[in-house]
Design a protein around this ligand. Structure first.
Ligand code: HEC
Length: 197
């Protein structure tokens, strides 16, 4: 009978399986904690909710070779400065509205959703809203009554989803906060509002 090679033995592969499972387990635990710190609001990539009190621009970063959100001077949403808790409540209300109205059925938010309509991850920074001064009001009006406004050149129209003014304002807060998240340049090819300031 031919001698069995070490690499063909059952015990070698059993030990391998045990070691690989054990090492992967440790690596996954490490990655879970590392990711949590990056995806939690107030963490390294996702700013706290009070970021909606500030100007947000999207600027090209030479080192990373991609567009990165930059938090600028104070520029409160709807002209009213909010505390972190108030901002959190507003953004949460907006998030719940996007879920209740199923925006993801047509749009994409942070990589989830459909591609029928524009990606909303950075829509706060979309130049189609016009100047900074009227942007938030334009967004509120669009969300409440989109059916007869052509927002971009897709040729498709967003239906009226029966969004109240309060829900629309909260949704705008959610969209502004989402645009401040460092998404590694995603979505690609997004052209933002003037990046000079
Ligand atoms: C039935 C599909 C559909 C649903 C559901 C939908 N939208 Fe839209 N939306 C569109 C289409 C199509 C456009 C682009 C055409 C236009 O201007 O109307 C659009 C455009 C937009 C824009 C402008 C995009 C930009 O880049 O600035 C925003 C913001 C927006 N939608 C937000 C929302 C939100 C928030 C919800 C959920 C509350 C939602 N939409 C639900 C189809 C949809």
């Amino acid at each position: 009978m031919a001698k069995e090679e070490w690499w063909a033995s059952e015990s070698f592969w059993r030990k391998n399986a045990i070691w690989i499972t054990a090492v992967s387990f440790v690596v996954l635990i490490f990655l879970t904690f590392d990711t949590i710190s990056q995806i939690t609001a107030g963490g390294t990539r996702v700013p706290g909710y009070a970021v909606i009190n500030h100007r947000i621009t999207y600027e090209f970063n030479e080192d990373r070779n991609m567009l990165v959100p930059k938090i600028g001077v104070e520029e409160p949403l709807f002209g009213k400065k909010l505390t972190e808790d108030e901002a959190k409540a507003l953004v949460t209300r907006g998030k719940l509205t996007t879920q209740a109205k199923n925006c993801m059925n047509c749009h994409t938010l942070l990589g989830n959703g459909a591609y029928f309509a524009p990606d909303l991850t950075k829509s706060w920074l979309d130049p189609s809203w016009g100047s900074k001064e009227i942007r938030e009001q334009q967004m509120v009006e669009f969300l409440m009554n989109p059916q007869d406004r052509l927002h971009n050149t897709l040729g498709r129209r967003m239906p009226n989803l029966g969004i109240t003014e309060e829900e629309a304002r909260a949704t705008v807060a959610f969209l502004k906060w989402m645009s401040s998240i460092d998404t590694n340049g995603f979505p690609a090819n997004f052209v933002s509002i003037d990046q000079e300031n």
